[in-house]
Design a protein around this ligand. Structure first.
Ligand SMILES: [Zn+2]
Length: 198
């Protein structure tokens, strides 16, 4: 799985000044085909979450480019890359179990003290945390809600990578634990915008 990351070449670049992070390319891979309409929703959600995270920390490149891993051209050269792996079921559909706290929604790994630029996201667990109130939504709304939650988890982990710090904050994207309100801070607006037939 991690092999896929080697499709993206990391070009040697001069050290960027601290205030401006290197131009980052985020490459998103999915274990399973995404539901129809989920990719555009995820890209839109990531744009919003990147802006929110960049407001919290200068370490996040607000102009980061996001691309699908399955559409990466071999030999692509980038300044810096972050690879995201979506695991499990990214369909927001009724599930038999529901978790509310203490589950791992996303993770990064630290090797020899350095946090690798690989983000893992557990879509199934995210769906379980979002829970029944979101299962009754129409397809567009479910895509948007799931995409928003995935994007928030990605940005949480990305901040660990960008700052090279495992530290957590008390508020916002860096909180150690995400509940439904952290995953979907603007749920009502999101859902209202996509109101339509089921
Ligand atoms: Zn964390």
């Amino acid at each position: 799985m991690v092999l896929a990351a080697f499709w993206v070449g990391v070009a040697a670049v001069a050290q960027a000044p601290l205030a401006s992070p290197p131009h980052t390319t985020v490459v998103v891979f999915a274990d399973h085909p995404q539901p129809a309409g989920e990719w555009p929703s995820l890209f839109a959600a990531l744009r919003g979450s990147i802006a929110d995270a960049a407001a919290e920390t200068q370490a996040i490149d607000i102009n980061a480019e996001v691309i699908r891993g399955d559409l990466v051209v071999p030999g692509l050269q980038v300044d810096a890359s972050v690879s995201v792996y979506l695991h499990g079921d990214c369909n927001l559909e009724p599930q038999s179990r529901r978790y509310s706290s203490g589950v791992t929604l996303g993770w990064v790994t630290r090797v020899h003290g350095s946090i690798d630029p690989f983000i893992h996201v557990d879509c199934t667990r995210i769906g379980q945390v979002l829970g029944p109130p979101n299962f009754a939504l129409n397809r567009d709304q479910r895509n948007a809600v799931m995409a928003e939650a995935i994007a928030r988890v990605i940005l949480h982990e990305w901040i660990h990578i960008a700052t090279q710090s495992p530290a957590h904050g008390r508020h916002g994207m860096t909180k150690a634990q995400f509940g439904v309100n952290d995953l979907l801070p603007n749920r009502d607006q999101l859902v209202a915008r996509l109101r339509g037939p089921r």
